[in-house]
Design a protein around this ligand. Structure first.
Ligand code: TXA
Ligand code: MG
Length: 321
C-alpha cells in the first residue's frame, strides 16, 4: 500500500495500476476516493471488498468531460444539464439513466448511475491517464468517517489498497451533493454544494429542487442512518449544557468558540464560516476519535447552506453510537 506523492509520474503509475485491474485511492475536491475502472467488474468488486461495503450500496462514477459522461449515462434531463453546466467540474453528483455497459455491481442493480465530474487536478489527471471513467466511493471502511487526507486512507484501509496518491488535504472536506431526477430534481444527499445554490440555477416550478423536511426526504440507496461515524460515541448537544463532570473525558466539536472544561476541543471555524467548518469537519472528528475519549459532544449546526450537510453528517454519526 505505498503512499505516493501525486506527481505526474506517480499518477501515470497509478493509471497503469488501474488498467491492470488494481484499485487506487486518490484525492478529489470533496474527499479521497477509492477507484477502479468502471468497466472492470472484478476491480470494482475489490473496491467493495476493501471497504467491506454491502453490494446494495452503489458507487459514484467519475468522468473527465461530457464525452465520457455519454459512455455511462444514457440521458441528461434538462434540469441535470443546467446543473452540470453550472457546477461541473465540482462536488455535485447527478443520478442519471445508465448505459447497459455499466456493470450492475457499480449501480447495485439500479437502472440509474450516479456520475460526477471532479475538479481536482489529480483526480482529473488520473481519469485522463486511465482513459476511462473511474468508479469510486469514498476511501473509508463502510460506515466510517470519510478520509480528507491520504494518511486517513492509509490508516483505515491500509493493505487492501494498491496505491494511495497523496494530494494533500481536500478542499471541501465533505462529500458531493447528490441530486436525483424522478423526474423532478430531488436532493438525495446534502453535500459540498449548498441546496440554495443548486435551486437558484433551476427555473422555478414545476422543476424546483425538492427541499423536503428530513422525514420526507428520500435517501440515496446505501445511505444508512449510521453512516459517517467515528468509533467514539458522538452526541449532538449544546456544549455549555453538558454537565462539567462529564466534560473532562469528553471531546468537544465546536463551531466558533472553544468551550471550557473538555478533555479535548476542536473549533471548526473561529469566524463561523461554514465552508471552513465543512472542510475541517471530518479532519477534526478523525483527530478527536484518535484520543481515546469516552464521548464526543458536537455543537448543533443550523441547517442552512453548508450547515445542512454538516448537520446531516453529525446526525448520522450520532445514530451510530
Ligand atoms: O464526494 C463524493 O461524492 C465522494 C468522492 C470520492 O467522489 N464519493 C462518495 O461516494 O461519497 P460514496 O460511495 O461514499 O457515496 C456514494 C453514494 C451511495 O452511498 C449512494 O447513496 C449514492 O451515492 N448513489 C450511488 N449511485 C446511486 C444511484 N444510482 N441512485 C441513487 N443514489 C446513488
Ligand atoms: Mg462514503
Amino acid at each position: 500500500m505505498p503512499v505516493l506523492a501525486a506527481t505526474p509520474e506517480n499518477v501515470a503509475l497509478a493509471a497503469e495500476c488501474l488498467k491492470a485491474g488494481g484499485i487506487v485511492a486518490f484525492p478529489t475536491e470533496s474527499v479521497y476516493g477509492l477507484g477502479a475502472i468502471v468497466w472492470d467488474a472484478r476491480a470494482v468488486a475489490r473496491v467493495f471488498e476493501a471497504k467491506r461495503r454491502p453490494s446494495f450500496d452503489p458507487l459514484i462514477v467519475h468522468v473527465l468531460g461530457l464525452e465520457m459522461l455519454d459512455e455511462v449515462a444514457a440521458e441528461l434531463p434538462p434540469a441535470a444539464a443546467l446543473l452540470a453546466e453550472r457546477f461541473w467540474p465540482g462536488p455535485l453528483t447527478l443520478v442519471l439513466p445508465k448505459r447497459p455497459a455499466v456493470p450492475s455491481l457499480v449501480t447495485a442493480g439500479l437502472e440509474t448511475v450516479a456520475v460526477r465530474m471532479p475538479s481536482h487536478p489529480v483526480a482529473r489527471a488520473l481519469i485522463e491517464a486511465a482513459g476511462a471513467p473511474i468508479a469510486a466511493p469514498s476511501a473509508n471502511p463502510f460506515g466510517a468517517l470519510s478520509p480528507t487526507r491520504a494518511q486517513h486512507v492509509a490508516r483505515l484501509l491500509g493493505d487492501a489498497v494498491d496505491i494511495i496518491l497523496d494530494g494533500g488535504p481536500t478542499e471541501h472536506g465533505i462529500e458531493s451533493t447528490i441530486i436525483g431526477f424522478t423526474p423532478r430534481p430531488t436532493l438525495l444527499r446534502p453535500g459540498a454544494i449548498p441546496l440554495e445554490d443548486l435551486s437558484s440555477v433551476i427555473p422555478s416550478s414545476p422543476s424546483v429542487i425538492l427541499s423536503l423536511s428530513k422525514d420526507e426526504r428520500p435517501t440515496a440507496p446505501g445511505q444508512l442512518p449510521h453512516h459517517y461515524a467515528p468509533r467514539t460515541p458522538l452526541r449532538v448537544a449544546n456544549l455549555a449544557e453538558v454537565p462539567p463532570a462529564q466534560r473532562a473525558r469528553a471531546g468537544a466539536l465546536a463551531l466558533r468558540e472553544a468551550p471550557a472544561g473538555y478533555g479535548a476541543v476542536r473549533v471548526l471555524s473561529p469566524a463561523g464560516d461554514l465552508r471552513e467548518a465543512a472542510a475541517r469537519l471530518f479532519d477534526a472528528l478523525h483527530e478527536l476519535d484518535a484520543l481515546g475519549l469516552e464521548r464526543i459532544y458536537a455543537e448543533p449546526i443550523e441547517e442552512r447552506g453548508l450547515g445542512l450537510a454538516i448537520a446531516d453528517r453529525l446526525a448520522r454519526a450520532q445514530a451510530a453510537g
